[in-house]
Design a protein around this ligand. Structure first.
Ligand code: RB5
Length: 308
C-alpha cells in the first residue's frame, strides 16, 4: 500500500481538507492508499477550523472528527509521498529531513499545476470554499496520475515515461531516438507524425506538451526541422519548460538549472550521432534544485499571472 502525507502550517485548514477530500476521491476511484495530514507549526492540537468543517460538509465530507497534529520525522520517513501546500512548507519539511528530497513536493508542483495553494486561514467561508476548489482541482490531477501509475514510478524505481513527437522535418531524428529509447528499455509513446508527409508542427508539439503537463508522462522529446517551432508551441502549455538544444552542454544545463521537461531538437540541425548524445545527456541529468527551484517557481508565478 502507498501512503501520502499532506502538509500545511496548522493542519486545521488546507492539509486537513486535502486529506479528507483525497480520501473520498480514492474511495470513489476504488484505490487503496493510506492518507494522512500534519502541520509544520502545530502548537496545540485541536479540530479543523469551523469554515473548513462547513465547506467539507457541503461536499458531504465529515471533518468534525479531525485533530491537528505536528509533523514528525517518523511521519515523513513513513510516507511514500509528502505533498505540501506551499513552497514554504516544502522548505520547512526539507530542513527537517533533507535526505527525503526525492519524495517531497508541493501538491501543485507534483501535478504540474503551479506551486502554492493560498492560505484561507482567518478568512470567510467563501475563502475556504475557493481554497477547497483549488485543492480539489490539484487532487483530481493527482488521482489521474496515480491511476496512470506515475506515483509508483516516481517513488519506487524512478523509471521514466517519455512522450515523443515530431513533424516531417524532425521525423527521421525522432525515429532514431525511438530506436535508442527502445534499446535502453525506456518506456515511450510516439504521438506522431508517423511518416514523412508534410504536417503542421503545432499539432504534434501540443500533443506531447499536454501529455507531459498532465503528469501522465515524465518528460517529452520533440523534433522539427530546426526545433524552433515545436519549442515555441510546447512553451505555450502551462507547466512546460521546453529547451531547444543543439549541444550536450545546453542539454545538461537545461536539466540542472531549468528542470526542462521537454527537449526540443532540429532534425535539420543535428545529425543522428549528436542528437542521440544530447538525448542521453538530457535524460540522465537531474535538476539541481536549491536556488534554481526559486527561479522555476518564478516562472510558474509568471504563467499564473498571465493566465488569470
Ligand atoms: C517545416 O518545414 C519546418 O518549418 C518545421 O519543421 C520547423 O523547422 C519549424 O520551426
Amino acid at each position: 500500500m502507498k501512503s501520502i502525507l499532506f502538509i500545511c502550517t496548522g493542519n486545521t485548514c488546507r492539509s486537513s481538507m486535502a486529506e479528507a477530500m483525497f480520501s473520498a476521491m480514492l474511495k470513489d476511484a476504488g484505490l487503496d492508499m493510506e492518507v494522512a495530514s500534519a502541520g509544520t507549526a502545530v502548537f496545540f492540537r485541536g479540530g479543523a477550523s469551523e469554515q473548513a468543517v462547513e465547506v467539507m460538509k457541503e461536499r458531504c465530507i465529515d471533518l468534525s472528527g479531525h485533530r491537528s497534529r505536528p509533523v514528525g520525522i517518523h511521519d515523513l520517513e513513513k510516507a511514500d509521498l509528502v505533498l505540501t501546500m506551499t513552497r514554504g512548507h516544502k522548505r520547512a519539511v526539507l530542513e527537517m529531513a533533507p535526505a527525503l528530497s526525492g519524495k517531497v513536493f508541493t501538491l501543485k508542483e507534483y501535478v504540474r499545476d503551479g506551486s502554492d495553494i493560498s492560505d484561507p486561514f482567518g478568512g470567510t467561508v467563501e475563502d475556504y470554499r475557493a481554497c477547497a476548489d483549488e485543492i480539489e482541482e490539484a487532487l483530481k490531477k493527482l488521482v489521474k496520475k496515480i491511476k496512470a501509475g506515475n506515483l509508483k514510478r516516481e517513488t519506487e524505481d524512478q523509471r521514466m515515461k517519455v512522450a515523443i513527437g515530431s513533424d516531417h522535418g524532425g521525423f527521421e531524428l525522432k525515429e532514431n531516438i525511438k530506436e535508442f529509447l527502445q534499446g535502453e528499455g525506456i518506456e515511450y509513446t510516439d504521438f506522431g507524425a508517423f511518416d514523412l508527409s508534410p504536417v503542421d508542427y503545432p499539432d504534434f508539439a501540443e500533443k506531447v506538451a499536454s501529455a507531459v503537463a498532465s503528469g501522465e508522462y515524465d518528460r517529452g522529446i520533440l523534433c522539427c526541422g530546426t526545433g524552433i517551432g515545436i519549442s515555441i508551441v510546447a512553451n505555450k502549455v502551462p507547466g512546460i519548460r521546453a529547451a531547444l538544444c543543439g549541444d550536450c552542454f545546453s542539454a545538461k544545463m537545461s536539466r540542472q538549472h531549468n528542470d526542462a521537461n521537454i527537449l526540443c531538437m532540429g532534425g535539420r540541425v543535428v545529425g543522428r550521432g549528436l542528437g542521440l548524445e544530447i538525448v542521453k545527456t538530457w535524460l540522465k541529468t537531474e535538476f539541481e534544485g536549491g536556488r534554481h527551484q526559486r527561479r522555476i517557481d518564478k516562472i510558474a508565478d509568471i504563467e499564473r499571472k498571465y493566465s488569470e
